[in-house]
Design a protein around this ligand. Structure first.
Ligand SMILES: [Fe+2]
Ligand SMILES: [Fe+2]
Length: 335
């Protein structure tokens, strides 16, 4: 998921008091449907805060898919084999598709794509901080698949049961593709670890050392510092807490790291028999907030790349609009 930033922006949301008897009845019906586990659809009546929360979460998720193409795009021309290049291209194209599904889902809530992109380009909207870290070696492409897409799956699978129908349905398709992303990353690392040279194994370990903690941070701040979580849980937008998902991710990665033969860079990581989970070391939340706040290694570079792509694409959008207007004119003439 790339929705970690949803808990990091603005004031905590409060459910607004209903304004009239009619609205109260609508709110009651909405609450009953949420409690019954029904999907809420685009044309249904929605409380304003539910709508705003969803637009914020889904658009941040869409922005993350788009910005997330940049770190890996850095390696397309330098992939070690034709097979790896084809896999990487397919994965990056998937991410563009995820962005499109999600922008479309958010548009059903009444916010246009132009408005969402304007918020991204002007720095008002966030995207997942993980993409503000650089990809320094080919191993980083594998590690992103294994850890970053792996964390995304942990976060996104519960969203397939999110109460808002268009978002939930987009997530079903996205999750299928994310699981391919995770496996291709793990496979790329496994080949380097099992068939590679000492230098390649060292490259993988260095990459895991750099990406482990930022991946653990992808689940967002600890539960007691996550102001919007309770309301999102009440509304069935969120199904599990940040800390629950983080624990699940860490437990899964410990076993996968053993198969790979890499060390996770946390000396305090150990099995806790009583909890039946792994304990882990202290997370550097100062780093997390610094990167969310715009001061990560690549924040400026990522945003500048998205703004340039938008500006460079202006003529395509203009041409598409002119073509659509011409077609509409022809149809009118025929009618
Ligand atoms: Fe994705
Ligand atoms: Fe992915």
């Amino acid at each position: 998921m790339y929705t970690q930033a949803m808990d990091t922006m603005g004031k905590p949301l409060q459910a607004a008091a209903p304004a009239s008897a009619q609205e109260e009845a609508l709110q009651q019906r909405f609450d009953t449907r949420i409690d019954a586990g029904e999907f809420i659809e685009a044309k249904d009546w929605l409380p304003d805060h539910y709508r705003k929360t969803l637009v914020r979460q889904i658009s941040q998720h869409a922005h993350s898919e788009y910005v997330g193409m940049l770190p890996e795009g850095n390696w397309v021309t330098r992939a070690p084999t034709l097979k790896r290049k084809a896999i990487l291209l397919a994965k990056i194209q998937d991410e563009a598709g995820h962005g499109l599904y999600l922008y479309s889902a958010a548009e059903t809530l009444g916010t246009s794509r132009d408005q969402m992109l304007d918020a991204l380009h002007s720095g008002r909207a966030k995207y997942s901080s993980i993409f503000n870290y650089p990809t320094l070696s080919w191993a980083d492409v594998g590690t992103i698949g294994w850890l970053v897409d792996g964390a995304a799956i942990m976060n996104q699978v519960p969203l397939c049961r999110c109460s808002y129908g268009p978002y939930a349905r987009a997530m079903v398709r996205i999750c299928r593709e994310e699981s391919f992303h995770q496996r291709q990353g793990f496979d790329a690392l496994l080949v380097m670890m099992q068939q590679g040279t000492d230098a390649q194994r060292a490259m993988v370990q260095d990459s895991v050392n750099r990406w482990w903690w930022p991946s653990v941070m992808m689940f967002g701040p600890p539960d007691d510092q996550s102001p919007n979580s309770a309301l999102s849980m009440r509304w069935g937008i969120k199904r599990n807490s940040n800390d629950e998902l983080r624990q699940k991710f860490i437990d899964a990665c410990v076993d996968q790291a053993k198969v790979l033969g890499v060390q996770l860079p946390d000396p305090d990581l150990k099995w806790n028999e009583e909890r039946q989970h792994h304990d882990h070391g202290v997370i550097d939340w100062d780093e997390f907030w610094r990167v969310v706040g715009g001061d990560g290694p690549c924040n400026r570079e990522r945003l500048a790349a998205r703004v340039k792509a938008w500006d460079d694409g202006a003529w395509v959008r203009e041409a598409a609009l002119a073509h659509a207007a011409k077609e509409a004119g022809r149809e009118r003439a025929v009618a």
